[in-house]
Design a binder for this molecule. Structure first.
Ligand code: NAP
Length: 285
């Protein structure tokens, strides 16, 4: 990769950020597309993210992806935000416009929906209720994207019921025709569901996912696990043993990066097997 005076710069900011797969993915796309751009990892100090991001006003850096623990702060400091970012209460993408404005977006939910379309072809998202296990930032992004896509019955199931109830309240009115309900009991939340999403951190680095009564899901249901380490989680294996199709978190990670790349570099990423590249670099291991 050669860097010139015209090189467009973008990146990812997080703490920690050294494990991020985003630089590998974006730089591979840049190289394959022949775009004079570079994507780097920034590790601002935990207490100084706001100063760091404010310093980028004006577009010297096109934009950054934002990861843990800065997603909420990123939304708060932006001058404008997409409806999805506002509904999710977090941003994973900041764009620095030449006139000084900072724009926040959230592409996690879009990544999730694109991954489902790819790994569960033919699945009808609007064909039945959707259960979201978890009520943290990832669950908020998922519910917002499901509402935007037109899903009319969403059940949010979380260990801490209060948190699920807050999520439901915060998203009230985002899509008038939809019913979003908070549950603490998985059997009530999963009954008849066509899609079950694990948006908890359970299963990360191995071990069981959230307790899920698979036999209660609708015939032909799909299970989407946001956890991508390991790639094939115990939760996904259980789902398949009960006849469900599964979608993995690595595909979601790849798909959420596509709109970011387009926003930074003004072109869709080229056809490239980044999944194999990421797996070879240890993703999912
Ligand atoms: P978060 O805000 O910390 O939320 C964690 C969620 O997990 C909460 O609902 C929490 O329930 C639940 N949880 C944690 N430990 C639990 C336990 N022992 N028993 C039951 N529930 C438990 O995290 P997040 O940012 O939403 O991320 C959630 C997961 O999604 C992570 O694994 C993250 O890596 C993944 N993710 C993946 C992608 C992707 O592109 N693939 C993108 C975003 C996030 P309580 O409210 O009861 O604590």
């Amino acid at each position: 990769m050669s860097v010139s005076a015209k090189t467009v710069v973008a990146g990812v900011a997080g703490a920690p950020v050294r494990h991020s797969l985003s630089p590998l993915m974006h730089n591979a796309w840049l190289k394959a597309a022949g775009i004079d751009g570079v994507y780097v990892a920034f590790a601002p100090h935990q207490d100084h993210f706001k100063t760091f991001a404010e310093g980028l006003r004006g577009g010297a850096v096109m934009g950054i992806n934002v990861t843990i623990p800065f997603k909420e702060q990123a939304l708060a400091l932006a001058d404008e935000a997409s409806a999805l970012a506002r509904a999710a209460g977090a941003a994973n993408l900041l764009l620095f416009h030449e006139d000084g404005r900072i724009e926040a977006r959230n592409t996690d939910g879009e990544g999730m929906l694109r991954a489902i379309a790819l790994q569960a072809p033919g699945f009808d998202l609007l064909g039945g209720p959707v259960t979201v296990m978890g009520a943290g930032g990832a669950a908020r992004g998922a519910v917002a994207a499901l509402l935007e896509a037109g899903v009319s019955d969403i059940r949010v199931c979380n260990r801490t019921l209060d948190r699920a109830e807050r999520l439901v309240e915060d998203l009230l009115g985002f899509a008038d025709a939809a019913v979003v309900t908070a549950f603490a009991r998985a059997d009530l939340a999963v009954a008849g569901a066509g899609l079950v999403i694990n948006a908890t951190s359970l299963g990360l680095n191995g071990g069981p996912g959230p307790d899920t009564p698979w036999r209660l899901a609708a015939p032909g249901a799909v299970a989407m696990d946001m956890v991508y380490k390991p790639l094939d989680t115990e939760w996904m294996q259980e789902a398949r043993a009960h006849g469900l199709r599964t979608v993995d978190g690595l595909e979601m990670l790849i798909r959420q990066a596509i709109p970011s790349f387009a926003a930074f570099f003004g072109a869709e990423p080229p056809e490239l097997d980044v999944r194999t590249l990421l797996l070879a670099a240890g993703a999912g291991g």
